[in-house]
Design a protein around this ligand. Structure first.
Ligand SMILES: C[S@@+](CC[C@H](N)C(=O)[O-])C[C@H]1O[C@@H](n2cnc3c(N)ncnc32)[C@H](O)[C@@H]1O
Length: 222
């Protein structure tokens, strides 16, 4: 059994894995602001996307961190029902102390959520999870109409499989998403080709450094 398979098995079923970056446990809002600001164009793109959809009432954010969106940009969700999920208890305590929206603490890969949401979105989380395809399947399961999933590490149309690199110093994976495998997983989840788009998103950080990211947009034809 490979190390990756064994680690994923332990994380999912036995709960003995060390999965969880130390930074995530600290509720360090400065660190979250910094990583948010490294994705300037991505966030501009997401906000334009969000503002263009007039039929969104309920929203789920997976991996909300210390709540940049529901706290700093809360006006975006005026008159909406927002729910944020994060793995880290410290982050969720921080969000609850600074916002009246709903927050759920736990591992999204293990959650059976009772509700579906008009929009499910997630920024810079799929890059680190221990099961990329399960993450995608669960997003689709919780999605009533729209999903917007960002992977900040790059755009990899040439990869046949996802590349997952475990880092002991960070206790999480650094994942490169295969566009081909992502497409396969979404089709197997019951989506038709017309219901999703896997695209390149240009990005720039605050120092002007540029790179490509991945955005997966889903629109369900209910
Ligand atoms: C790199 S941060 C991204 C935070 C924020 N979305 C952003 O774009 O700045 C990853 C976040 O996802 C959360 N996370 C990682 N794996 C998770 C999982 N399996 N379930 C729920 N949250 C998870 C971490 O606790 C952390 O807050």
């Amino acid at each position: 059994m490979s190390k990756t398979v064994l680690r994923n098995f332990k994380t999912r079923f036995i709960g003995k894995s060390k999965y969880g970056n130390e930074q995530w446990q600290k509720a360090d809002s400065k660190w979250y602001d910094e990583i948010h600001n490294q994705n300037t164009e991505l966030h501009e793109n997401f906000m334009n996307y969000f503002n263009s959809k007039k039929d969104i009432k309920t929203i789920l954010e997976v991996g909300c961190g210390t709540g940049v969106y529901p706290i700093k940009y809360k006006d975006l969700f005026q008159d909406k029902i927002y729910t944020g999920i994060d793995f880290s208890k410290a982050n969720i305590d921080f969000c609850r102390a600074h916002s009246n929206f709903e927050f759920i603490q736990g591992d999204f890969l293990k959650m059976n959520l009772p509700n579906k949401y008009d929009l499910v979105y997630s920024h810079a989380v799929i890059d680190h999870v221990y099961d990329i395809d399960e993450f995608l399947r669960r997003i689709i399961k919780s999605c009533k109409k729209y999903a917007y999933i960002n992977s900040y590490r790059g755009f990899f149309p040439e990869l046949n499989e996802h590349n997952m690199h475990w880092r002991d110093d960070d206790n999480c994976y650094y994942n490169d998403l295969s566009v081909k495998k992502t497409k396969e997983t979404l089709l197997k989840s019951g989506l038709t080709e017309k219901e999703f788009l896997i695209r390149k998103q240009e990005n720039m950080d605050k120092n002007g450094k540029r790179w490509d990211e991945t955005v997966i947009e889903v629109v369900l034809n209910n």
